[in-house]
Design a protein around this ligand. Structure first.
Ligand code: HAM
Length: 417
């Protein structure tokens, strides 16, 4: 038998309702904040991501699904949305047509990572991006939207970590200090971190290797290196968040895994997830538009959340209950000749907005009733010669095992409560 590719999952009907629930949360919350949905192609020219995300990152170095198409173009399945979205905004000049672009997205993304709980090779993200002035109010708007999504979904037990990566100047000074420190403890670092120490020291801070985690505990923190502009931006973000109901924890080592960030960075974490505890993250990326060809800086800030991880958290909580997807009415026919009448009756009821199933197996009434029970239909009716002749039908409330007699030709007026 042919199996699905490792690290991918089919979304079977038994879980799809959870997905529809969460998608509905994304849509309704985004809408409240005036964000509009954007959809871009699943694949892009490789340079969108290699330039946008950064050559020194794990995503670009190790995780991209990159291939040559038949015309020898290098193509990459999108590993994240921000770079692709910026490409689209630039291509369609959205940033010059409107002073603020509030955009959200939902869809599949691809990273060649080692699959484990909450980590797949095809996964899904919901995210939102705000292309707007440099002011910290935009950072806070997207954090509020993200937090609103988490709370509206029903997640209570989580942490929101906040840090700043400051201006280019700040990062330069900090990187010098960090590199110096990392050199002093070089032997204790993983081979990967030793290799990237000089060209991308920030990546050592978010390395998952246990020896790196231990080694960076005493590393210098960026908060001690902020210039005036970085400090002012960060203070304002904290001040604006302090008057909301959002609890943030300042996390000076939070650097995020992608190179395009500056100033505000944040991450949502949940202990329900195990090793892959981050279920969302984002930050400001003022330099990304220029990396992808804009002549001018275009400030922007956003976040993305992993949908599989959000659902894992919800599944782990006892309170997560979805409305039943059982049908309202199951229509059985006494014999093949009456299936036509059953379908006509079903359509009358569907026109009233009811969910109605007609049995398609040409089987005995007993077998049809077993099926009605199995799928938890709320009501059942049986149509046959007798019902048509007398224009009387028994409507059975399955849970209560009660029957009500009703005229067949006006069955749509029965109160199926
Ligand atoms: P990211 O932190 O790489 O950020 O991914 C965001 C979220 O996607 C993660 O927190 C995680 O929940 C989920 N995720 C990532 N990789 C996987 C995987 N292999 N399996 C399952 N879930 C995964 C970004 O992608 C940025 N574009 C976020 C952003 C938007 N920054 C600014 N705007």
């Amino acid at each position: 038998m042919i199996q699905a590719i490792r690290g991918t999952k089919d979304l079977l009907p038994e879980v799809i309702r959870q997905w529809q629930f969460i998608e509905n949360v994304f849509r309704t919350v985004s809408d409240k904040y005036g964000y509009n949905e954007l959809r871009t192609p699943i694949f892009e020219k490789t340079e969108v991501f290699s330039r946008g995300i950064g050559e020194g990152t794990d995503v670009v170095n190790k995780e991209m699904y990159t291939f040559k198409d038949k015309s020898d173009n290098s193509i990459t399945l999108r590993p994240e949305m921000t770079a692709a979205l910026v490409r689209a905004v630039l291509q369609d000049s959205l940033h010059t047509k409107q002073s603020t672009n509030r955009l959200w997205y939902f869809g599949p993304f691809f990273r060649y990572e080692r699959p484990q709980k909450g980590r797949q090779r095809q996964f899904h993200q919901f995210g939102a991006e705000c292309i707007s002035p440099l002011y910290p109010e935009s950072d806070v708007e997207v954090i509020m939207l993200a937090d609103d999504v988490v709370k509206t979904a029903g997640i209570k037990d989580y942490k929101l970590l906040l840090n700043t990566l400051g201006t280019v100047e700040t990062r330069k000074r900090y990187k010098t200090a960090l590199t110096e420190y990392l050199h002093s403890i070089k032997d204790t670092l993983s081979q990967d971190s030793q290799n990237r120490l000089d060209h991308n020291p920030l990546r050592v801070l978010d390395s998952k290797a246990p020896e790196d985690k231990e080694a960076v505990k005493n590393a210098p923190v960026i908060l001690d290196y902020l210039d005036a502009e970085s400090a002012e931006h960060f203070e304002k973000v904290k001040e604006l968040l302090a008057v909301t109901d959002i609890n943030v924890e300042i996390s000076p080592m939070l650097v995020r895994g992608l190179d395009y960030y500056c100033h505000t960075v944040f991450e949502f974490q949940s202990s329900a997830l195990g090793a892959q505890d981050a279920f969302g993250g984002g930050g400001r990326y003022n330099g990304l538009f220029q990396l992808l060809g804009s002549k001018k800086e275009v400030p922007a800030v956003g976040f993305a959340m992993g949908v599989e991880r959000l659902l894992l958290i919800l599944e782990a909580s006892d309170e997560f209950k979805l409305e039943s997807d059982a049908p309202d009415i199951f229509v059985a026919a006494t014999d093949v000749d009456y299936i036509k009448q059953a379908q006509i009756t079903a359509n009358k009821l569907r026109a009233k907005g009811l969910k109605v199933i007609v049995d398609l197996h040409r089987r005995s009434i007993k077998a049809q009733m077993r099926e009605a029970n199995k799928i938890n239909s709320r009501f059942s009716i049986v149509i046959g010669a007798n019902e048509i002749e007398t224009n009387k039908i028994n409507i059975k409330n399955m849970a209560k095992s009660e029957q009500s007699e009703y005229p067949l030709d006006t069955i749509e007026n029965f109160d199926f409560k």
